[in-house]
Design a binder for this molecule. Structure first.
Ligand SMILES: N[C@@H](CCC(=O)N[C@@H](CS)C(=O)NCC(=O)O)C(=O)O
Length: 222
Protein backbone atom coordinates (compact mmCIF):
# COMPACT_ATOMS: atom_id res chain seq x y z
CA UNK A 1 0.00 0.00 0.00
CA UNK A 2 1.28 3.44 -0.88
CA UNK A 3 2.16 5.78 1.99
CA UNK A 4 -0.01 8.64 0.75
CA UNK A 5 -3.77 8.25 0.49
CA UNK A 6 -6.34 10.61 -1.02
CA UNK A 7 -9.94 9.99 0.06
CA UNK A 8 -12.65 11.31 -2.22
CA UNK A 9 -14.91 10.64 -5.15
CA UNK A 10 -13.88 10.54 -8.81
CA UNK A 11 -16.54 13.12 -9.72
CA UNK A 12 -15.55 15.64 -7.04
CA UNK A 13 -13.76 18.50 -8.78
CA UNK A 14 -11.69 19.30 -5.67
CA UNK A 15 -10.70 15.66 -5.20
CA UNK A 16 -9.60 15.76 -8.82
CA UNK A 17 -7.46 18.83 -8.02
CA UNK A 18 -5.45 17.03 -5.35
CA UNK A 19 -5.09 13.91 -7.51
CA UNK A 20 -3.76 16.12 -10.31
CA UNK A 21 -1.34 17.75 -7.83
CA UNK A 22 0.03 14.31 -6.85
CA UNK A 23 0.38 13.22 -10.48
CA UNK A 24 2.05 16.48 -11.52
CA UNK A 25 4.40 16.16 -8.52
CA UNK A 26 5.15 12.62 -9.73
CA UNK A 27 4.39 10.95 -6.39
CA UNK A 28 2.56 7.65 -5.97
CA UNK A 29 -0.67 7.68 -3.97
CA UNK A 30 -3.61 5.49 -3.22
CA UNK A 31 -7.00 6.90 -4.25
CA UNK A 32 -9.61 5.60 -1.82
CA UNK A 33 -13.25 5.93 -2.86
CA UNK A 34 -14.41 3.17 -0.55
CA UNK A 35 -17.43 4.12 1.62
CA UNK A 36 -17.33 7.76 0.51
CA UNK A 37 -20.81 9.28 0.39
CA UNK A 38 -22.56 10.12 -2.85
CA UNK A 39 -23.08 13.86 -3.53
CA UNK A 40 -25.83 15.34 -1.35
CA UNK A 41 -25.85 12.40 1.09
CA UNK A 42 -24.75 12.37 4.73
CA UNK A 43 -21.03 12.04 5.31
CA UNK A 44 -19.97 8.44 5.96
CA UNK A 45 -17.76 7.57 8.97
CA UNK A 46 -14.93 6.97 6.47
CA UNK A 47 -14.98 10.72 5.80
CA UNK A 48 -16.42 12.28 8.98
CA UNK A 49 -13.89 10.45 11.20
CA UNK A 50 -11.16 12.27 9.28
CA UNK A 51 -12.90 15.55 8.44
CA UNK A 52 -15.49 16.74 10.98
CA UNK A 53 -16.99 18.92 8.22
CA UNK A 54 -17.75 15.78 6.22
CA UNK A 55 -16.11 16.96 2.98
CA UNK A 56 -13.63 15.50 0.57
CA UNK A 57 -10.82 15.50 -0.41
CA UNK A 58 -8.92 14.28 2.63
CA UNK A 59 -5.23 13.41 2.57
CA UNK A 60 -3.70 10.82 4.90
CA UNK A 61 0.09 10.71 5.05
CA UNK A 62 1.46 8.63 7.92
CA UNK A 63 -0.01 10.20 11.07
CA UNK A 64 -1.07 13.39 9.28
CA UNK A 65 -4.73 13.72 8.32
CA UNK A 66 -5.36 16.88 6.32
CA UNK A 67 -8.48 18.38 4.76
CA UNK A 68 -9.13 21.54 2.68
CA UNK A 69 -7.94 21.37 -0.91
CA UNK A 70 -5.61 24.38 -0.76
CA UNK A 71 -3.85 23.08 2.36
CA UNK A 72 -3.48 19.62 0.80
CA UNK A 73 -2.02 20.97 -2.46
CA UNK A 74 0.47 23.20 -0.64
CA UNK A 75 1.48 20.28 1.59
CA UNK A 76 2.10 18.06 -1.43
CA UNK A 77 4.19 20.76 -3.09
CA UNK A 78 6.21 21.58 0.04
CA UNK A 79 6.81 18.00 1.20
CA UNK A 80 7.89 16.10 -1.89
CA UNK A 81 10.61 16.67 -4.42
CA UNK A 82 9.51 16.79 -8.02
CA UNK A 83 8.28 19.57 -10.30
CA UNK A 84 7.30 22.74 -8.43
CA UNK A 85 3.55 23.37 -8.41
CA UNK A 86 4.06 27.07 -7.66
CA UNK A 87 6.05 29.97 -9.03
CA UNK A 88 9.42 30.84 -7.48
CA UNK A 89 9.41 34.59 -6.78
CA UNK A 90 7.71 36.00 -3.67
CA UNK A 91 5.44 38.38 -5.56
CA UNK A 92 4.24 35.60 -7.82
CA UNK A 93 3.66 33.31 -4.83
CA UNK A 94 1.52 36.08 -3.31
CA UNK A 95 -0.43 36.28 -6.58
CA UNK A 96 -0.78 32.50 -6.64
CA UNK A 97 -2.29 32.66 -3.14
CA UNK A 98 -4.71 35.29 -4.41
CA UNK A 99 -5.86 32.94 -7.21
CA UNK A 100 -6.09 29.96 -4.85
CA UNK A 101 -8.29 32.01 -2.55
CA UNK A 102 -10.49 33.19 -5.44
CA UNK A 103 -10.74 29.69 -6.87
CA UNK A 104 -11.77 28.18 -3.53
CA UNK A 105 -14.26 30.90 -2.65
CA UNK A 106 -15.81 32.79 -5.56
CA UNK A 107 -15.18 30.45 -8.51
CA UNK A 108 -16.08 27.24 -6.68
CA UNK A 109 -19.27 28.91 -5.37
CA UNK A 110 -20.31 30.55 -8.64
CA UNK A 111 -19.46 27.71 -11.01
CA UNK A 112 -19.88 24.48 -9.02
CA UNK A 113 -22.10 25.11 -5.98
CA UNK A 114 -24.51 27.71 -7.40
CA UNK A 115 -24.63 26.69 -11.08
CA UNK A 116 -23.47 23.16 -11.92
CA UNK A 117 -24.94 21.42 -8.83
CA UNK A 118 -28.41 23.03 -9.11
CA UNK A 119 -28.44 22.40 -12.88
CA UNK A 120 -27.56 18.74 -12.38
CA UNK A 121 -29.68 17.91 -9.34
CA UNK A 122 -32.82 20.05 -9.81
CA UNK A 123 -35.89 17.87 -10.20
CA UNK A 124 -38.46 18.49 -12.96
CA UNK A 125 -40.67 20.63 -10.69
CA UNK A 126 -37.75 22.86 -9.60
CA UNK A 127 -36.58 23.10 -13.19
CA UNK A 128 -40.00 24.41 -14.30
CA UNK A 129 -40.13 27.05 -11.57
CA UNK A 130 -39.62 30.42 -13.37
CA UNK A 131 -37.38 31.52 -10.47
CA UNK A 132 -34.99 28.68 -11.31
CA UNK A 133 -34.16 29.93 -14.80
CA UNK A 134 -33.88 33.51 -13.48
CA UNK A 135 -31.35 32.34 -10.88
CA UNK A 136 -29.43 30.24 -13.40
CA UNK A 137 -29.30 33.18 -15.84
CA UNK A 138 -28.00 35.44 -13.07
CA UNK A 139 -25.33 32.86 -12.23
CA UNK A 140 -24.47 32.61 -15.94
CA UNK A 141 -23.86 36.39 -16.00
CA UNK A 142 -21.66 36.21 -12.89
CA UNK A 143 -19.66 33.32 -14.35
CA UNK A 144 -19.25 35.20 -17.66
CA UNK A 145 -17.86 38.13 -15.68
CA UNK A 146 -15.46 35.85 -13.78
CA UNK A 147 -14.29 34.19 -17.01
CA UNK A 148 -13.61 37.67 -18.43
CA UNK A 149 -11.32 38.40 -15.46
CA UNK A 150 -9.62 35.01 -15.85
CA UNK A 151 -9.16 35.62 -19.55
CA UNK A 152 -6.77 38.52 -18.85
CA UNK A 153 -4.92 36.38 -16.30
CA UNK A 154 -4.49 33.49 -18.78
CA UNK A 155 -2.97 35.68 -21.50
CA UNK A 156 0.53 34.11 -21.12
CA UNK A 157 -0.58 30.46 -21.11
CA UNK A 158 -1.28 29.30 -17.55
CA UNK A 159 -1.76 31.80 -14.72
CA UNK A 160 2.04 31.83 -14.34
CA UNK A 161 3.16 31.47 -17.92
CA UNK A 162 4.61 28.06 -18.73
CA UNK A 163 4.27 26.65 -15.21
CA UNK A 164 1.09 24.69 -14.40
CA UNK A 165 0.44 25.67 -10.78
CA UNK A 166 -2.00 24.87 -7.97
CA UNK A 167 -4.71 27.42 -8.90
CA UNK A 168 -4.71 26.12 -12.51
CA UNK A 169 -5.29 22.65 -11.00
CA UNK A 170 -8.31 24.05 -9.15
CA UNK A 171 -9.83 26.10 -11.95
CA UNK A 172 -9.51 23.65 -14.87
CA UNK A 173 -11.60 20.86 -13.28
CA UNK A 174 -14.32 23.45 -12.57
CA UNK A 175 -14.29 24.42 -16.26
CA UNK A 176 -14.65 20.74 -17.16
CA UNK A 177 -18.04 20.75 -15.40
CA UNK A 178 -19.03 24.15 -16.78
CA UNK A 179 -18.25 22.89 -20.27
CA UNK A 180 -20.76 20.04 -19.78
CA UNK A 181 -23.61 22.45 -18.93
CA UNK A 182 -26.02 23.90 -21.47
CA UNK A 183 -24.40 27.17 -22.61
CA UNK A 184 -21.10 26.28 -20.92
CA UNK A 185 -19.01 25.82 -24.09
CA UNK A 186 -20.25 29.20 -25.36
CA UNK A 187 -19.31 30.91 -22.07
CA UNK A 188 -15.82 29.41 -22.26
CA UNK A 189 -15.46 30.30 -25.96
CA UNK A 190 -16.11 33.96 -25.05
CA UNK A 191 -12.88 33.89 -23.03
CA UNK A 192 -10.37 32.70 -25.68
CA UNK A 193 -7.30 32.58 -23.41
CA UNK A 194 -9.25 30.50 -20.89
CA UNK A 195 -10.48 28.26 -23.68
CA UNK A 196 -6.91 27.74 -24.94
CA UNK A 197 -5.76 26.86 -21.42
CA UNK A 198 -8.67 24.44 -21.01
CA UNK A 199 -7.75 22.77 -24.32
CA UNK A 200 -4.14 22.37 -23.13
CA UNK A 201 -5.38 21.03 -19.79
CA UNK A 202 -7.44 18.28 -21.45
CA UNK A 203 -4.31 17.16 -23.32
CA UNK A 204 -2.29 16.67 -20.10
CA UNK A 205 -1.72 13.19 -18.78
CA UNK A 206 -2.85 14.26 -15.27
CA UNK A 207 -6.18 15.42 -16.74
CA UNK A 208 -6.66 12.20 -18.71
CA UNK A 209 -5.83 10.05 -15.68
CA UNK A 210 -8.40 11.87 -13.52
CA UNK A 211 -11.10 12.47 -16.15
CA UNK A 212 -14.51 12.02 -14.44
CA UNK A 213 -15.83 10.76 -17.80
CA UNK A 214 -18.90 12.98 -17.94
CA UNK A 215 -21.45 12.64 -20.70
CA UNK A 216 -21.31 15.58 -23.15
CA UNK A 217 -24.30 17.20 -21.48
CA UNK A 218 -25.03 16.29 -17.87
CA UNK A 219 -28.37 17.29 -16.52
CA UNK A 220 -29.74 14.80 -14.04
CA UNK A 221 -27.19 12.08 -14.62
CA UNK A 222 -24.16 13.05 -12.47
N1 LIG B 1 -13.51 23.79 1.45
C1 LIG B 1 -13.44 22.39 1.07
C2 LIG B 1 -14.65 22.08 0.23
C3 LIG B 1 -14.76 20.58 -0.04
C4 LIG B 1 -16.07 20.21 -0.72
O1 LIG B 1 -17.06 20.96 -0.72
N2 LIG B 1 -16.07 19.00 -1.29
C5 LIG B 1 -17.22 18.47 -1.93
C6 LIG B 1 -16.82 17.69 -3.17
S1 LIG B 1 -16.03 18.71 -4.39
C7 LIG B 1 -17.90 17.48 -0.98
O2 LIG B 1 -17.28 16.89 -0.12
N3 LIG B 1 -19.19 17.27 -1.17
C8 LIG B 1 -19.90 16.25 -0.47
C9 LIG B 1 -20.94 16.77 0.43
O3 LIG B 1 -21.08 17.98 0.58
O4 LIG B 1 -21.63 15.93 1.01
C10 LIG B 1 -12.12 22.13 0.34
O5 LIG B 1 -11.48 23.09 -0.10
O6 LIG B 1 -11.68 20.98 0.25
Amino acid sequence: MSELMIIGMPRSSLTRTVRIACIEKEIPFEFSTRNVQLPGQRATPEVSNRNPFGKVPVLVHGKLVLYETAAICRYIDDTFSGPLLRPVHTEKIALMNQWISLAMTRLDQNIIRNFVIPMVFANTKQRHDPGFSVRMNQMGDLIAHDLGVLDDAYVDGWLFGDRFTIPDMMIMPMLHYLNAMPGGPEMIANAPNVKAAFTRFKARSSAAQTDPLLPDQILKSA
